[in-house]
Design a protein around this ligand. Structure first.
Ligand SMILES: Cc1cc2nc3c(=O)[nH]c(=O)nc-3n(C[C@H](O)[C@H](O)[C@H](O)COP(=O)(O)OP(=O)(O)OC[C@H]3O[C@@H](n4cnc5c(N)ncnc54)[C@H](O)[C@@H]3O)c2cc1C
Length: 346
């Protein structure tokens, strides 16, 4: 076995797996090495239960369409996100047609709903609907402020809600729920089968150094080194320390602020079968997107469940299976100021 690869990808989450699949598309002759510290792929953020599985297409996420001073909403970000997700769908469809990706194993159709209450937010949603539904990307987006109709769209959300407050929602039926954990594993299995990718699990990357010929020397726990002209740090919360060790100037101001999201999960089949949607509310102005409350239908390993959250959590670990020293170890003179700014703003 040679110790030189065309690309080394650190971390077997959805980012590394997607990049590996794309690189293989572009050049099937590339020799790819993926290094993962845990015992298998997609055990951190990409695990299905560790994220909400929303195929973000800006159908329901209100933070992508901020209101402007003249009362209209800005649509540029929503359009860009929608186009990016369309490209993912096209890529998956292509692989599916070639028999290389079992799309039903990770992709489910779930309507995306935005739900608001109170005069101001109802007016905002009305404006957003008028502008977005006129665009081809969001054609077919429905609007309703009729509590009876909304109770059909999302019975659990409307149950017990008083009639005194105005409510409204928009719905796009072609939304999706994505099991990113399964998708990660499917990509990697296919690449391993084709011989394009070598995946080493239980293999932590400790350091990376640039050599005089431009190659990177990647050091694994235990001291082994592999050489490559191209390294991708898809290490999630483990990317920051490696970025800092790489010595590249761009790494200097980067910092990590480990706010996590936690969920209430309901596996009661009867209850879960009464809700088929991802219902996104509206966060307060200036609040991080993370604080948007949502009630989601999830499909994980063929099981349907409900997820409500996120509830913000804080830990000094950068990875679920990381160290409590991750945060203190990451602090440098160069990143102290940006960290304090983020901390103060959130
Ligand atoms: C609460 C929450 C909800 C979310 N909801 C959504 C959503 O609805 N839709 C959506 O699209 N996204 C969502 N996300 C974001 C999404 O989960 C992440 O963007 C995505 O999973 C990140 O993938 P990744 O491959 O970069 O990282 P990860 O999945 O974390 O993978 C990184 C991998 O690198 C490995 N690693 C780390 N350090 C090393 C090292 N030194 N050597 C070797 N391996 C290493 C880790 O073990 C891990 O396996 C959510 C995230 C959170 C936290």
């Amino acid at each position: 076995m040679t110790d030189r690869y065309d690309a080394v990808l650190v971390g077997a989450g959805i980012m590394g797996a997607t990049l590996a699949a794309l690189l293989h598309e572009l050049d099937p002759a590339m020799r790819l090495l993926m290094l993962e510290r845990l015992d298998g792929p997609a055990l951190e953020s990409s695990a299905a239960a560790n994220n909400a599985g929303t195929g973000h297409a800006a159908n329901c996420e209100l933070n992508y369409t901020p209101q402007q001073a003249d009362g209209s909403v800005a649509t540029a970000k929503a359009l860009a996100i929608n186009a990016a997700f369309e490209r993912s769908l096209e890529f998956w469809a292509t692989l599916r047609e070639r028999g290389e990706l079992d799309t039903p194993a990770f992709l489910n159709s779930v309507p995306h709903i935005s739900f608001v209450w109170g005069q101001g937010d109802v007016a905002f949603l009305r404006q957003r609907h008028q502008q977005l539904s006129a665009l081809p990307a969001f054609a077919g987006m429905e609007w309703s402020s009729d509590p009876a109709e909304l109770a059909e769209w999302m019975p659990l959300v409307m149950q017990g809600r008083g009639a005194s407050e105005p409510v409204a929602a928009t719905r796009l039926s072609r939304g999706t729920d994505v099991d990113f954990g399964s998708l990660t594993r499917l990509y990697l299995q296919d690449l391993q089968r084709s011989g394009a990718l070598e995946l080493r699990t239980g293999c932590e990357v400790n350091d990376l150094t640039r050599k005089s010929n431009g190659d990177w020397s990647v050091e694994l726990a235990g001291g082994e080194r592999v050489q490559t002209p191209f390294v991708f740090l898809g290490a999630g919360g483990g990317a920051l320390p490696l970025l800092q060790r790489s010595g590249i100037p761009e790494a200097k101001a980067f910092a990590g602020f480990p706010v996590s999201g936690q969920w209430l999960v309901c596996g009661d089949n009867q209850l879960a079968s009464r809700h088929l949607a991802k219902v996104y509310g509206k966060a307060k102005v200036g609040a991080p997107p993370m604080s948007v409350p949502h009630l989601d239908t999830r499909f994980i390993n063929g099981e349907r469940s409900l997820l409500f959250g996120p509830f913000a959590g804080f830990s000094t670990k950068f990875l679920k299976q990381g160290s409590l020293l991750d945060l203190p170890r990451s602090v440098r003179i160069g990143n102290l100021l940006p960290m304090l700014q983020v901390g103060a703003g959130n």
